[in-house]
Write a protein that binds this ligand. Structure first.
Ligand SMILES: *Cc1c(COP(=O)(O)O)cnc(C)c1O
Length: 386
């Protein structure tokens, strides 16, 4: 059943065609393709590479990224939900599309109609899909989702054999694969080994019971880097594709960030010693200071947690963010940047001259993870593709 109520979409954003957008994102699709090829080379040739484009391709833009990854040869794409998958299909994306999240029975018609691959962790959702497959006289592919310690979606691994026995009785379903998700591959090796062991034992039991296991997969980006045993038949990579590292230590593969966040200096003012900047007056000039106002704020996803912590680039040099980040603007200290002017390009994420600010760096300042920095960038910021 498709909802009859009106859905408001953000396409009521003001057009930026004929003026300089206050803030914009540049995405280098070739860098995404190069990162993909590095991942492709890292795993053995028989291992498929699925790329995760959920959450608007980690803020990079669903459609352009999906197309670039298809061109680069990804074996599957994965999204979080049916809405994202249908958006891809309607735009003509014909790739194998795995829906990672849980299905509601009323979404089954769309999954079947658009030939999506659905993760299944319970009998109810599978039954709804099976019934719909019969109605539409089509087959629908599923991957059994197994919980080995994540505690989110999926059937607990010790109960998976009995569920699988019931699933194979359902007509219209193709058992294309089985997977689990690692909860701690970046921090906790014993917990990850336990998860992989639970998954491995389950697969042995399923094979012994002659159940159609299909494609086996467990690894996300960090799992793939750290646990070769997690590769199985397919790796599911998200963050690495975008050139961002899920771990702090050095990388066994060479990746580069694909996204830049840019703006321009809109205003400059000289502050005298003792004068304060922004809400709460949390920063005060110690000497005569030149302060630039940049029209990027927490409305754009440049989180308030970066106040008085982050740095950005002007004229190839680092300028510290001073005072609290406001809804639409932030201030930075450009006293030590010779020649700083209104209109200067500002790089909040990305490279300028010899300097670079990464999503990882911002995440450290904001005490979060780079994932949250990237997907937090407002969808209303115009994206330009290189
Ligand atoms: C998001 C997600 C991934 C990708 O994770 P990265 O850390 O970005 O590589 C893989 N598998 C599942 C189930 C996910 O939800």
């Amino acid at each position: 059943m498709e909802s009859k109520s009106t859905v408001l979409t953000p396409d009521s954003q003001p057009s930026t065609d004929d003026c300089v957008p206050p803030v914009w994102i540049e995405v280098d699709l070739q860098v995404i393709q190069q990162n993909f090829r590095q991942i492709r080379r890292f795993v053995s040739p028989h291992v498929k590479v699925l790329t995760v484009v959920k959450a608007n391709a980690y803020g990079h833009g669903l459609l352009p990224v999906a197309r670039a990854l298809m061109e680069a040869g990804t074996d599957h794409l994965a999204v979080a939900n049916v809405v994202e998958a249908v958006a891809l299909r309607r735009a003509g994306v014909s790739a194998k599309l795995l829906v990672l999240g849980q299905l509601l029975p009323e979404e089954a018609p769309l999954v079947v109609r658009h030939g999506l691959i659905q993760a299944i962790g319970d009998f109810g959702a599978a039954k709804a899909l099976s019934r719909e497959a019969l109605l539409q006289e089509k087959l629908v592919s599923i991957h059994l989702k197994v919980d080995t310690g994540m505690g989110r979606y999926g059937v607990w691994h010790e109960e998976a054999v009995s569920l699988f026995r019931r699933l194979v009785e359902l007509p219209g379903l193709v058992h294309e694969g089985i997977f689990t998700h690692l909860s701690s591959a970046g921090q906790n090796a014993p917990a990850t080994e336990e998860q992989l062991e639970g998954f491995s034992q389950l697969i042995q039991r399923l094979e012994k019971a002659r159940l159609p296991v299909g494609i086996r997969h467990a690894a996300n980006s960090v799992g793939m880097l750290r646990f070769p045993l997690s590769h199985w038949d397919l790796v599911r990579t998200g963050l690495l594709v975008y050139g961002v590292s899920p771990v702090k230590d050095s990388q066994p593969i060479e990746i580069h960030p694909a996204l830049s966040l840019k703006s321009r200096v809109r205003f400059l003012k000289t502050l005298q010693p003792g004068q304060a900047v922004s809400y709460g007056g949390t920063w005060k000039a110690e000497k005569r200071s030149l302060i630039a106002t940049v029209p990027v704020g927490y409305a754009h996803g440049y989180t308030r947690a970066l106040s008085n912590k982050a740095q950005l680039l002007v004229r190839g040099r680092r300028a510290p963010v001073v005072g609290r980040v406001t809804m639409e603007d932030l201030m930075c200290d450009v006293t030590d940047i010779p020649g700083a002017q209104i209109g200067d390009e500002v790089v909040l994420i990305g490279r300028q001259g010899g300097e670079q600010v990464t999503a990882e760096e911002l995440a450290r300042h904001a005490r979060t993870i780079p994932y949250e920095i990237l997907v937090g960038l407002s969808p209303s910021i115009p994206r330009r593709y290189l």
